[in-house]
Design a protein around this ligand. Sequence first.
Ligand code: GAL
Length: 684
Amino acid sequence: MKKDSIFKKLTMGVCYYPEHWDEALWDSDLRRMKEAGIELVRIGEFAWTIFEPEEGVFSFDFFDRFIEAARRHGLRVILGTPTATPPAWASHDYPEILNADISGTLYRHGARRHYNYNSVKYLQLTREIVTQLTRHYGHNPVVAGWQIDNELNCELSEFYSESDTAAFRLFLRKKYGSLDALNRAWGAVFWNQTYTSWDQVFVPRHTINHTINPHQMLDYYRFISESACSYAKVQSDILRANISPDQFITTNGMFPNLDNHRMTRESLDFYTYDSYPDFAFQLTEDPLNSDTLGDRKWSRNLSETRCICPHFGIMEQQSGSPGWNTRMEAPAPKPGQMTLWTMQSIAHGADYVSYFRWRTSTMGTEIYWHGILDYCGKENRRLREVRQITQKFDAIRDIAGAMYRASFAFVKDYDNVWDSQLDVWVNRVNKASEKGWFNASQLTHTPMDYLYLQDGTTLDELLRYPLLVYPHAAILTQPRAELLRQYVEAGGKLILGCRTGYKSITGQCCMDPMPGPARDICGAEVEDFTFVGPADEPVHIVWEGTVLDGAVFNDILSPLDGAEVLGVFDSNYYQGKPGLIRKKLGKGEAYYFGAAFDSQAAAVFLKRLGLTEAFSAWVDAPSGCELAMREKEGKRWLFALNYGAHSEEIVLKVPMQEAFSGKVCTGTLTLPAYGTAVFLVPQL
Ligand code: GAL
């Protein structure tokens, strides 16, 4: 992965579907895009039949005309490989290319993403179309870069076709070598699942109560990720072989069951994310969907994107109200919100922002998924806002390549993400803590990075942060535990939470006392544990007089040699027993907290460790505003983002130039509703 940004300056783009409109509209559309400040147009990702109307018959005239028109208007394009939507002839003639649900029923033509990654025929068709496209456009200077497919694993991130079973068997044979090893890894002796021939092994299928073997499921998620990464690599290998080195390769995400780090490393020049913060305001009865942070929660997704790729792009930035004809009812973005969400993306590391989409479609599933322009295409407030955003871009163009400044990192890894998908209550613990830490980081202005532990993760990468929070790593391997120990010994602070270290890499439970390999690091052992049920009286952990919520699940602890008890439970049958233990190790210290972390608990940790209000030398802001900083070559851009429908006051402690207005400001400043400001921070 290239560390520097592909973009030399902050760049704006838009998604356009020339095939949806009369060609007579292209010229005025392109002219108006250019006028509005747009430089790149993403095209083609759903247009396979236009490129290949019949198997083996290729036609480039249509897109040649569009790309030439773009050139005339001084625009360049990002060309999508069109594999997210197989042509009707392919779906019809080769049903083996189709994905199936868990009962084996095929997903038929009529929507999108109905193919599977492992069909030999689909791979052949993919290679052919990508080869033809790259031969034709691989040296066209108007093509700035390529988007592989569209949103791999979106809509469906599980695959149950016959091709998938065949590929799953190969994956397992390579991984385990023998059925004995597979049976051991899957604990197949339990409920007599032992396999005696590879033909008996399938991707998960319809079972009683959906109680699929959890170890099989964990390997299945790994297999899906492997399939998606390999599919992206099939395309990127062809792209690399045929395109000019000036053209970049990307794809847009981010979706489940996919190791995005690996895919980016193997196949991309940079990663792009599709950001739709208006989802926060949709009509929903699902309480899990409601979040006190609303659209500000997208900063979490952007932070996760940043850990995949420090300088990323937004391939689709929301510009209108969302809604398929089958889902989603949400208000149109208010005046200012498009700017706010754009600045949110940039504050978190985006160097490219492309709006979805230029015009709202008059046909198909997305007639209610609004773009910048409405059906009629006449001038409107959203296009006016794009022009204003371009002026703001002009004031901060050189931010491209600047690094986000974080005060601590929240640690994750794919094994635990995938293992906990099936573990209902572990998932609950994880979700509570991820939300708790992120909300605390936002509300106390303590910027947070994500860090995914991977095989190649180095101690130096960990030591970039004074604090790591790795809340509930059920699967904790010896090498990962060792890395964490070295981090602490070298001076890092580590916070672990309940349910750490009790599973092996296969997802089976270990017989060592919990938290397994983390015991020696944090000096705690779990004596007893319980889910906190709805009928239980609320449990707290009292830490030097401060009452923290003992949320969701409790590990009742005892200290090992050299560790100190910092907090005790205040109720239930374990009242008075340790709930928070700390051990000093080498130059650092490790904490074990016997619960999930809500945002108040996380905020107390951040405060006691001296990390909150990271920008207080320059600005004080209410919790309703997000503060974020990017820095490069001694230059620092400090973003203040007001997500609220009311104005907020911030106080500048030193005179700073506000980039958009060019004015030097100091003292109290009002950010209007949905208002954004970027300050150029002087050296202290
Ligand atoms: C994205 C997708 C676009 C469009 C958009 C709005 O997920 O990449 O093609 O569907 O959502 O639904």
